[in-house]
Design a protein around this ligand. Structure first.
Ligand SMILES: *Cc1c(COP(=O)(O)O)cnc(C)c1O
Length: 406
């Protein structure tokens, strides 16, 4: 049982049979949307169907692409809490600042949303070997879900990917390779190896179902806000699946008539100035982004110099009357520390750039202090020991303690 009708190219509109395995559109090499029979959903999936269902992303099953729930490969993708901040909000001079804390998801980042969907779908198709290029967390999540499904996994990552990501892939039994290049080089390796090695390519947006997993962020958020969305969403953008998926969620919910207001959030795509292809294209008024040269950021999830879904991100940002902008790479540790010290919320470096962006947009008047502002904490700060360089003072127990130093 599924409400999926077909897949559809996001660029040329070419339709594809959802019962077949697909990657990109074969006509124009762009990503595919998963389309649903929203009229049937409206009749057969009323809001009240959610009542009493467990608090995981699978409560929205009818709006997801899995045909048989037996194929679901899950580590329990829990509904993540939305934390209202008071002290952090005050530091920015705003009234309502919320953090949706994705760090609690399996493998410590929201990549599990996309990967539980992709691997479940792969199981549904009978796929047994999967491969992915990764900036870090996608590899860890894919390795974990592939392990859970008993699939063979291959992960290719830039050699300077955070060490924790390297080790989590290894631990989960993935064949893990460090590559002396960028994620785009890793992507090329997976593309070339597909045929000789028999891999299914699970790359961001080259695999159509990861967006549907990330879409659950939008569904959850809407339900948590009682179907009235916040005014502004700040989202740290790498490949863009999350932003694209959320925007799709809002559009589907609107068609289903579940939203209380026609007003949808302004989507703010946040990047580091160390790798800002989307922000650059936005500033130039372009629909497609140029490859960002010499990409360098400790926010490894944002180190995507060329995104296949660039136009999908930019379309969503513009449709929402939002903006794409870059915040200073150098300020990442400062924002991480501020959030943690004010609220005890350990932000990943990717999300730290959202605070930088918030500061800029408040100054410009593009965000008003009384608006409802929501930031996605996309991963656990604990996965990035490299991002915090502070040396802690040491105590020498062979000497009397110097109490003036404490
Ligand atoms: C992958 C990743 C991002 C970027 O997500 P996209 O949806 O690909 O733009 C942001 N933060 C973290 C922690 C990530 O792992």
């Amino acid at each position: 049982m599924s409400f999926v009708t077909h897949l559809e190219c996001a660029h040329c509109g070419q339709r594809y049979d959802a019962l077949q395995i697909h990657n990109l559109c074969t006509a124009c090499q762009r990503p595919l949307w998963v389309r649903y029979d929203l009229d049937a959903l409206r009749k057969e999936f009323p809001k009240k169907a959610l009542f009493g269902r467990p608090p995981t992303i699978w409560r929205y099953l009818e709006m997801l692409p899995i045909r048989d729930p037996k194929n679901i490969v899950s580590l329990t993708e829990t509904i993540t809490p939305i934390l209202e901040t008071k002290r952090l909000a005050a530091a920015f001079g705003v009234k309502h600042l919320y953090v949706k804390d994705e760090s609690r998801l399996p493998t410590g980042s929201f990549k599990s949303r996309g990967m539980t969907m992709a691997i479940s779908k792969a199981r549904e198709f009978g796929i047994t070997r999967v491969a992915v290029p990764t900036a870090g967390n996608a590899g860890g999540a894919m390795a974990a879900y592939a392990a859970r499904a008993g699939m063979e996994a291959y992960v290719f990552m830039p050699e300077d990917t955070p060490v924790i990501n390297q080790k989590e892939c290894f631990l989960a039994g993935a064949r893990t390779f460090r590559v002396n290049g960028l994620i785009t080089d890793c992507g090329r390796i997976v593309g070339e190896g597909k045929r000789p090695k028999g891999w299914f390519d699970v790359s961001t947006l080259k695999e159509p179902y990861r967006i549907e997993g990330k879409k659950t962020m939008g569904l959850e958020l809407a339900e948590q806000f009682d179907w009235e969305l916040p005014d502004v969403i700040l989202y740290p953008t790498g490949g863009g699946t999350g932003l694209i998926g959320m925007w799709k969620a809002f559009a589907e919910l609107e068609t289903l008539g579940w939203l209380k207001s026609a007003q949808k959030p302004r989507m703010i795509s946040c990047q580091s100035d160390g790798c800002a292809p989307i922000a650059t294209a936005f500033a130039r008024g372009e629909r497609f982004a140029k490859k960002f040269e010499n990409a360098k950021t400790i926010a490894s999830g944002l180190r995507v110099p060329a995104a296949v879904g660039d136009f999908m991100i930019l379309d969503a940002v513009r449709e929402s009357r939002g903006v794409a902008l870059a915040a200073p790479e150098a300020d990442i540790p400062k924002w991480m520390q501020l959030a943690s010290a004010k609220e005890g919320i350990a932000l990943c470096p990717e999300t730290a750039v959202c605070l930088g962006a918030l500061e800029v947009l408040l100054k410009r008047g593009a965000i008003k202090p009384n608006e409802q502002i929501l930031i996605f904490n996309t991963g656990a700060a604990q996965k990035y020991p490299e991002a915090i360089c502070e040396d802690l003072p040491q105590l020498d127990i062979t000497k009397p303690i110097d109490w003036t130093a404490i």
